[in-house]
Write a protein that binds this ligand. Structure first.
Ligand SMILES: Cc1ncc(COP(=O)(O)O)c(C=O)c1O
Length: 414
């Protein structure tokens, strides 16, 4: 009898805890009537905390946004930031371009642009930002020099850059990177076509090794050839998000380390809950794009996409107001500290591992499949580091407890 009583109170306590932890979320909508959908939802919420191999911040703070959105019945409105947020955006009545402009203007100074001289927009993703960097760079060089550029990128940069060169029919020269993944300046010089402009993507945090191309050394190579006009786009998908909130913030000031445009992902560091990003450049670059006079967009359309998400812009704005600089600074510092913590723990047990400077990415000898699967580790292969490799990207949700947990698993595999 006593045992039964204990069991009942345990069940009641569990139910109370579940309700409390769900806050005032509406239980009645939890079941969709499609068990497969509900099971999927339950599973993704459960596994998100252990995702370590992909650079996503799982400490998402958009609950208030969704409540506000629904309370205002915005789910019944087709929102669309169609066209250019800075000059045509107010053409379509249910847009949120004002908030998109404010997002760009808030972030611009972190990369060295003044509010007066910046142009940009909230992208669909990091790839979309890179697509615009390359497309804008190509047009800028063609329109200002009358010649088409050659495209340069390192063999360690994200594959989207090579793919986009393919899509945009650019003549690409893939430049060798060093062992840690940085473009080799001497290789760039060797491959530089002195008769044509140069369109270059600098990797600012490569995907697998977290390598940062040495922009100063590469710019020095370019400066030795003043006859080559250049456009430098920075792929700052992950590092371009967190480094401006650290003591290393000046690394991305385009006035100090010259470049012309940058793409940053929104769903990596900033805690967007779906793919999105930022593309930021100057008004001069914008002014030298090919002109498309689209009557219904106020005669002015420079971007690739016509319709664009207004909700992404609103979410970004919401995060900027509710999370903001102070918290992002704390997050960025914490991530780098935890990266050092994990590295030290791996060193302690003797598990071979490597990381670049300023990086929250550690690559290491690949563990067994079970560990790879459990922590969604991204994997690669490189003989220079002994063959099979995996990596973790230490984001906001990767705390010391999670690090201790994975390191304990590695220890058992020694
Ligand atoms: C360095 C880098 N650039 C670009 C991308 C592509 O970004 P997205 O997945 O947002 O299109 C990634 C994705 O991980 C990346 O790591």
């Amino acid at each position: 009898m006593k045992k039964e009583l204990m069991k009942v109170s345990l069940i009641l306590a569990t139910v109370a805890l579940t309700v409390a932890s769900c806050g005032n979320c509406d239980q009645k909508y939890k079941k969709s009537g499609f068990p497969e959908l509900d099971e999927w939802a339950e599973r993704v919420v459960q596994i998100k905390r252990e995702v370590m191999g992909y650079p996503t911040n799982m400490n998402i703070e958009l609950e208030g946004f969704y409540r506000w959105y629904q309370a205002n019945e915005l789910e019944k409105v087709m929102l669309n930031n169609v066209g250019d947020p800075f000059s045509t955006g107010d053409g379509f009545c249910t847009n949120a371009c004002k908030f998109e402009r404010e997002v760009i203007e808030w972030f611009a100074p972190m990369y060295g642009w003044s509010k007066e001289n910046v142009w940009g927009f909230v992208t669909n993703s990091g790839t979309d930002g890179n697509a615009h960097g390359m497309y804008f760079g190509y047009n800028y060089l063609k329109n200002t020099t009358g010649k088409t550029p050659v495209f340069y990128v390192s063999d360690e940069a994200h594959y989207s850059n090579a793919r986009l060169a393919d899509v945009q029919h650019l003549e690409m020269r893939m430049i060798k990177s060093d062992k840690m993944g940085r473009m080799i300046p001497e290789e760039l010089e060797k491959n530089l076509d002195l008769t044509r402009p140069a369109l270059i993507v600098y990797a600012f945090g490569s995907t697998f090794r977290g390598a940062i191309d040495d922009m100063d050394a590469l710019n020095e190579v370019l400066a030795r050839h003043p006859e080559v006009p250049v456009f430098r786009h920075v792929d700052g998908a992950l590092f371009g998000g967190y480094l401006p909130f650290t003591q290393f913030r000046e690394m991305l000031d385009h006035n100090k380390h010259k470049y012309e445009s940058i793409a940053i992902s929104g769903h990596k560091f900033f805690g967007m809950d779906e793919p999105a990003g930022l593309y930021i450049t100057s008004k001069d670059v914008y002014a030298n794009q090919s002109q498309y006079n689209i009557a219904y967009l106020n005669e002015n359309m420079k971007m690739i996409s016509c319709s664009r998400s207004a909700t992404d812009a609103l979410k970004f704005w919401w995060l900027m107001k509710h999370v903001g600089e102070e918290r992002w600074t704390k997050d960025a510092t914490g991530m780098l500290e935890n990266t050092q913590y994990m590295k030290a723990k791996m060193d302690e047990i003797g598990w071979p591992n490597w990381a670049n400077e300023y990086s929250n990415t550690i690559f290491f000898r690949r563990p067994n499949d079970e560990t790879v699967k459990r922590y969604s580790l991204a994997c690669s292969y490189d003989e220079q580091f002994g063959g099979d490799l995996s990596h973790v990207v230490i984001m906001q949700h990767c705390d010391k407890a999670l690090i201790d947990q994975i390191v304990a698993e590695l220890k058992e595999q020694l």
